[in-house]
Ligand binder design. Structure first.
Ligand code: HEC
Length: 441
């Protein structure tokens, strides 16, 4: 086509700018089509594919065959049944996969332009004035088409492995962050739990004290009833006793001597019942008043009287009272409860025989009362626990473990102190102190 175009051009039938040798070159077009194709592949991260039309003796220098292409061309010429050759080759240290097939065989018609140079069309001779592309022989395969692409499959797998590692790593990091967050929350929840537990214990403690004081209150109502009921017949008996005594003194002084012992017995009995009833009255008093005058000696004596049954002959009570009257402002009923508790504990600490010493002192602005028993004592480790609510050293069922805790709180309400000292297997001493009136509030 080149010569035809040259002819048209020289005759002035075709404008100069219409002629372009490139558009008449199939190898040029194919190369450019492949360039476009490779642009698209590159955008999709695919490796390029190189297309070449390679000739041993090309007209266009760009088509010059390299050593592999020469070998391949020779091979196609040697074996005419060969339709394709493919394999792996190394160029500049990189591996390429190639696929080649023979280009057209030279026929008679080809020689018009590819035969002897001086026989080729004039214009062609002028344009391709060098030797390449001439003197082709009929039946020969002068060129091959070859596709080459670098082998980078292993890089692809590396890529995939890298991606997997990246995904796993980011998952791990997310997990670690999540875990850290979770454990932070767990910590918060834990401390909240501790807080709640503390509050719950406090609540239980107060609730139990409430129950206990409720019990004491109902006990108070009961004892008030009992003491009232006993007081009535006691008055009859007392009246009758006085009448009898009067009768014998005035009318039968002789006989009186004989029944004197009996009369004394009656008198003592009546006195005792009277004190018991009066003692009961103290327990039944139900007020929240903290301003009653409370005689501590009398309170302790009342308690001892009530507890007589518990200690009777086995326990000696040693009272070392100060001669000063011990009167403080407080709640009489509640203080009865305190000493009742402490003395009961002392009695229960003594298994067989023993002594309970009660020592009261008054120094300047301080009143102190010590109640000391030589019973079983408290183990050193347990000592700080004895004023905790629910702590008990007694057998299950014998004590609620609230006694000392309640006593502790009552004494605190009186602005006093309660301490417990003990030596295991030897003794226990409960010391209660109050500030005297002058100092109070
Ligand atoms: C009318 C003239 C003409 C005829 C006929 C012709 N060719 Fe060409 N051929 C050319 C020109 C011109 C080029 C160079 C094109 C270029 O610049 O790439 C060429 C290029 C080639 C090339 C590319 C390698 C090189 O030398 O640059 C091959 C191979 C080729 N021809 C083979 C043939 C065969 C085989 C036939 C017959 C079937 C044939 N040609 C017929 C004009 C012709």
């Amino acid at each position: 086509m080149h010569p035809a175009m040259y002819k048209l051009k020289s005759e002035g039938r075709m404008p100069n700018e219409f002629y372009s040798p490139e558009i008449l070159s199939s190898s040029y077009i194919t190369r450019h089509v492949f360039n476009l194709y490779n642009d698209i592949r590159a955008k999709n991260n695919q490796l390029g594919v190189e297309y070449r039309l390679a000739a041993k003796n090309p007209r266009n220098k760009i088509n010059q065959a390299d050593s592999l292409e020469i070998i391949l061309t020779d091979q196609f010429n040697k074996d005419s049944t060969l339709l394709k050759q493919s394999g792996i080759t190394t160029i500049d240290g990189e591996k390429y996969l190639y696929y080649s097939r023979p280009f057209l065989r030279v026929e008679q018609g080809c020689l018009k332009c590819h035969g002897r140079k001086d026989e080729a069309p004039k214009a062609l001779q002028e344009y391709y004035h060098w030797e390449g592309g001439y003197n082709l022989k009929i039946g020969e395969i002068t060129a091959i088409e070859i596709l080459k692409t670098p082998i980078k499959a292993e890089y692809n797998t590396m890529w995939i492995i890298g991606l997997i590692i990246f995904v796993i790593a980011s998952l791990l990091i997310t997990l670690i962050i999540l875990h850290a967050n979770l454990s932070k929350r767990k910590n918060i929840i834990q401390s909240q739990n501790i807080e709640i537990e503390k509050n719950l214990t406090k609540l239980k403690e107060t609730q139990n004290q409430l129950v206990q004081s409720e019990k004491m209150a109902s006990l108070g109502v009961l004892t008030a009833g009992i003491s009232h009921e006993i007081n009535n017949p006691l008055n009859f008996i007392n009246g009758a006793y006085l009448g009898l005594d009067n009768f014998f003194s005035k009318k039968e002084p002789q006989l009186r001597e004989d029944v004197k012992v009996l009369l004394r017995g009656m008198e003592t009995g009546i006195e005792r019942v009277t004190t018991i009833v009066q003692g009961l009255d103290h327990f039944s008093r139900d007020t929240s008043d903290f301003n009653e005058p409370c005689d501590l000696h009398q309170i302790i004596d009342n308690c001892l009287l009530m507890l007589r049954n518990l200690y009777k002959d086995t326990i000696t009570i040693e009272k070392h009272y100060t001669h000063d009257p011990l009167i403080i402002n407080g709640n009489d009923g509640k203080l009865h409860q305190v000493f009742m508790n402490i003395i009961t504990n002392a009695i229960q600490a003594i298994e067989d025989k023993g002594t309970i010493k009660i020592i009261s002192k008054k120094e300047k602005h301080l009143i102190s009362i010590c109640i000391e028993d030589n019973g079983c004592g408290i183990e050193k480790e347990l000592l700080p626990k004895v004023i905790e609510p629910f702590y008990t050293s007694k057998q299950p069922g014998e004590g609620t473990g609230l006694g000392l805790s309640i006593s502790y709180n009552i004494i605190q309400d009186h602005k006093g102190t309660l301490d417990v000292e003990s030596e295991f297997d030897n003794w226990t001493r409960v010391r209660i102190t109050f500030k005297t009136k002058n100092d109070d509030r």
